[in-house]
Ligand binder design. Structure first.
Ligand code: NDP
Length: 274
């Protein structure tokens, strides 16, 4: 049997859980795949991809810092990849390179999996970096009432709104959030990575709000801890987004949407055990 080959590229790459996630999805769906991780030196991305294609590679995931290189390398882009300005999923078919971005759809899948209502909801996004750019189109496709993008550097949030040109989007600074209420808050700043909390007023937390942090770890992130302390009903960390983006990549390649629930549980246990 000819086993299809896949890779994830990054630098660093040791930490990547993508091979484990894809192998579980493949096993659960009786598909035989070979999925490895590859460390690529800065500047060598294009060469690495060409070599893999020549060896018969079928597709690849791309993580930092190569998502923009992958965007440039693709012959054809999906709308979500083009608007995200980044590619995390490459498909090699009939001599062509297809680029997609599944990060935003991964977030949406995880929110829906956690029974968070997005339709007609008022969403607050904290941060305006690459991750936010990647999630806006899939979030807008869920028909929210409004999406407010609050960022430390307000001009970046404004630039995103201009870029997407959708009347449901507004930009503001954190200090403008007082007296505003929302149904869902998504922390897409990298503040949690350095143990910090974005300076948002406690008044945004109402009992039935859902609070999501794109960062995840062994312990609750500072944002999740803070949201719980303010009485937030539902708090979710970003592990499911990681599994969700892998699931959407898997469906792009194999035309089967795998179940994310059991993989999230397995990864959660592995993370708890250190
Ligand atoms: P970027 O570096 O592009 O953007 C970082 C954002 O965080 C900016 O908006 C920045 O504000 C803001 N920020 C950083 N520190 C602080 C702080 N102390 N207080 C307030 N705001 C702060 O990062 P990305 O957009 O690529 O990623 C954001 C986070 O999402 C990362 O932590 C990343 O790990 C996570 N992520 C998780 C994924 C998952 O699968 N779970 C997928 C993708 C991302 P400013 O513009 O003012 O500098």
């Amino acid at each position: 049997q000819n086993i299809e080959q896949y890779l994830v590229y990054g630098n660093p790459i040791k930490q990547s859980r993508s091979p484990d996630i894809h192998k579980i999805f493949a096993d659960e769906n009786n598909i035989a795949i070979d999925y490895q991780k590859q460390l690529v030196a800065l500047g060598d991305f294009k060469t690495a991809v060409k070599i893999f294609i020549a060896q018969g590679g079928k597709g690849a995931n791309v993580t930092a810092p190569f998502k923009e290189d992958a965007l440039k390398l693709a012959d054809t882009l999906t709308e979500r990849a083009s608007l995200a300005g980044a590619v995390n999923t490459l498909t090699f078919k009939e001599g062509k390179i297809y680029g997609d971005n599944t990060d935003g759809e991964g977030l949406v899948q995880d929110l829906l999996h956690n029974n968070v209502t997005l339709k007609q909801s008022r969403i607050l996004i904290l941060g305006a970096g690459g991750a936010v750019r990647g999630v806006l189109l899939p979030l807008l496709a869920q028909d929210p009432k409004s999406i407010t993008i609050a960022n430390r550097t307000v001009s970046k949030a404004e630039a995103l709104c201009e870029n997407f040109n959708d009347e449901r989007l507004t930009a503001c600074g954190f200090d403008e959030l007082a007296d505003q209420t929302f149904d869902v808050i998504i922390n897409a700043t990298s503040a949690s990575l350095s143990g910090d909390l974005p300076p948002i007023p406690t008044s945004v937390i109402t009992n039935d709000i859902a609070c999501y942090d794109m960062v995840y770890g062994k312990d609750d992130t500072p944002f999740i801890k803070w949201a719980k302390a303010q009485g937030a009903r539902k708090t979710i960390d970003g592990l499911g987004m990681l599994v969700g983006q892998a699931a959407v990549s898997f469906s792009v390649w194999h035309k089967i949407m795998p179940d994310i629930h059991s993989v999230i549980e397995q990864l959660r246990k592995a993370i708890q055990q250190g």
